[in-house]
Design a protein around this ligand. Structure first.
Ligand code: PGA
Length: 256
């Protein structure tokens, strides 16, 4: 069984005080529980170290929102995977649509970043998703296929199953308009079948998260879909009660 992953992508929100406060409140809420799902927070770079101190031994993992694909050197402003390891990161979000849209993260760069993360034994959360134009012109699956094929270029088959995929339709991110359960389920099943057909049996272990306006209301239905293995949550991850409700919904959707 694939363990669900409930991941908070805090984006460019929180400062050191509010980040510590938010994560301390999450810890309080889950105190004494052993969630079946894995809980992950991805604060901004500047708050990784302090959040890491707070979550040690607390059933919460730490992730970054981006990384540089080179090891080290004269790359002003960049953060290497080794640096992320030194502050306790286990995951790195790669290819988020905001990075693709605003910071020039092309499929080729995304491929290099995924390789770099895997080289250091961290887990990439690789984001894919279609725009509304893609969807309206019937190109959703073509776009997803292209994003996956290019990102997986020259990656060893054994490593592919270590990658977590986040399906995030661009039109659903930060808009309050989530994909319907049917739309999300259809895309996840398509991705699962595509992986099985093209990358072999090992890919059945790959976790596929849904992202895009997941919240306390829609998460139960979304997380009940057999091919949705968790969520990458933006806005609702900054609200304590919403984030905990999503975690609770993940817990109740496990089937025995
Ligand atoms: P959202 O963001 O939940 O605010 O739509 C999700 C994401 O961008 O990962």
């Amino acid at each position: 069984m694939r363990r669900k992953l409930i991941a908070g992508n805090w984006k460019m929100n929180t400062n050191i005080n509010s980040a510590n406060e938010l994560v301390s409140s999450i810890i309080e809420k889950i105190e004494g529980r052993e969630p079946k799902s894995e809980l992950l927070v991805c604060p901004p770079f500047t708050n990784l170290s302090s959040v890491n101190e707070l979550i040690k031994d607390k059933n919460i993992s730490l992730g970054a929102q981006n990384c540089e694909y080179r090891d080290s050197g004269a790359y002003t402003g960049e953060v290497s995977v080794e640096m992320l390891i030194s502050v306790g990161c286990k995951y790195v979000i790669i290819g988020h649509s905001e990075r693709r849209q605003y910071y020039g993260d092309t499929d080729e760069i995304i491929n290099l970043k995924i390789k770099q993360v895997l080289k250091h034994n961290l887990t990439p959360i690789f984001c894919i998703g279609e725009t509304i134009e893609d969807r309206n012109s019937g190109n959703t699956f073509k776009v997803l296929e292209n994003q996956i094929r290019k990102a997986y270029q020259d990656i060893d088959k054994n490593d592919l199953s270590k990658i977590v995929i986040a399906y995030e339709p661009v039109w659903a991110i930060g808009t309050g308009v989530s994909a319907t359960t049917e739309q999300a389920s259809e895309a996840h099943t398509w991705i699962r079948n595509f992986l099985n057909e093209n990358y072999g049996k090992e890919s059945s272990n790959i976790r596929i998260l849904y992202g895009g306006s997941m919240n306390e209301k829609n998460s139960f239905d979304l997380l009940s879909c057999p091919d949705i293995d968790g969520g990458l949550i933006g806005g609702a991850a900054l609200k304590l009660e919403s984030f905990i409700s999503i975690l609770n919904n993940a817990e109740t959707t496990y089937k025995n």
